[in-house]
Write a protein that binds this ligand. Structure first.
Ligand SMILES: Nc1ncnc2c1ncn2[C@@H]1O[C@H](COP(=O)(O)OP(=O)(O)OP(=O)(O)O)[C@@H](O)[C@H]1O
Length: 303
């Protein structure tokens, strides 16, 4: 569905995207996962044909991007800061958006009803966009992106700043759209959302660091994780314990990345005991997606 080869883009001295290869199969929910400024937006905009790459090739639906005439109808793009008209109602926003694609008003009405049902916005049809909650605004933006009935959806951080409940709801809609046949390329800084994708590419400082399914990424993780709860203000004091590769805050706990597990837990307990830190609990846990990403990002730093 999407093939990207050797794609690069710089803005002055900043290289936003570096030599990126990407392959998104039909009916995948493909996540571009990475921190702020990693290059996700730039990469997506190039795929949508909104920014010209400095180098590289983009193929969509089996055709070179440069040779696709009716791309817009088949591609629904939801930018990070989607502009809705606050003084127009939900329905008026959809009409406005559909009209930009020269869609007939009757067709827009018919499609809008279907999509608003799917996004549970149907009872808010006549509400001004300004009066919608953050989550509802994002759903309306998605509704607008769907009005041309595209096969491919490109969504740039669609749940950014939205409350956790609305994020879950939004993802349920994405799953439904995917079941109905849509291919979705979605960017996110959230690790829980990364887990929901069929495949992810982790992007950091413009480079794709790894691409795989979330399960495979965790399976490939070469270290083990100890989870520690305790009255520890500075986790770096454990870093010198032999076998401990890294430590970081993880919510109200700490994660210790262990490259040599043998006797390591005992050494940590002993080491902390010597510094007077009391440990509430320490146990091995399976690596989370966040652990995988912290490790991948650090590997990148070393390169
Ligand atoms: N038009 C531009 N002019 C100059 N620099 C830019 C431009 N667009 C992006 N950049 C820079 O390119 C880098 C990648 O930005 P990009 O927006 O693609 O990242 P991102 O992963 O989408 O992050 P965010 O979620 O913060 O938008 C950043 O350093 C950004 O400041």
């Amino acid at each position: 569905m999407i093939k990207v080869a050797g794609l690069s883009k710089s803005f002055g001295s900043i290289t936003a995207v570096r030599n990126v290869d990407l392959h998104v199969e039909k009916r995948e929910i493909f996540g571009l996962v990475g921190p702020d400024g990693a290059g996700k937006t730039t990469l997506m905009r190039m795929i949508c044909g909104l920014i010209t790459p400095d180098r590289g090739e983009i193929t969509l639906f089996g055709k070179s991007l440069a040779h696709i005439e009716k791309l817009k109808e088949n591609l629904g793009y939801m930018p990070q800061r989607f502009s809705l008209y606050g003084d127009l109602t939900v329905m008026e926003n959809i009409y406005f958006f559909g009209a930009m694609y020269n869609l007939d008003r009757k067709i827009i009405t018919q499609r809008a009803d279907e999509i608003l049902e799917l996004t549970s916005l149907i009872q808010f049809k006549d509400r001004l966009a300004d009066k919608l909650s953050g989550g509802m605004k994002q759903k309306l933006a998605l509704t607008c992106a769907l009005v041309t009935r595209p096969d491919l959806l490109i969504l740039d951080e669609p749940t950014y700043g939205v409350d956790p409940e609305s994020r879950k709801e939004f993802w349920k809609i994405l799953y439904r759209l995917n079941r109905e046949g849509k291919t979705i390329l979605v960017s996110t800084p959230y690790m829980d959302e990364a887990e929901l994708c069929t495949k992810i590419a982790f992007i950091d400082r413009g480079r794709i660091v790894d691409t795989d399914s979330p399960a495979k990424m965790k399976e490939k993780f070469p270290y083990r994780i100890l989870e520690l709860r305790g009255a520890l203000s500075d986790p770096s004091i454990i870093k010198d314990v032999p076998g401990v590769l890294d430590t970081y805050f993880y919510g109200d706990k700490f994660h210790l990345v262990i490259d040599n597990f043998h006797g390591c837990q005992e050494r940590v307990v002993e080491g902390l005991g010597e510094t007077g830190v009391s440990i509430e609990s320490i146990k091995e846990i399976p690596p989370s997606m966040e652990d995988v990403f912290v490790s991948l990002a650090q590997k990148e730093e070393v390169v």
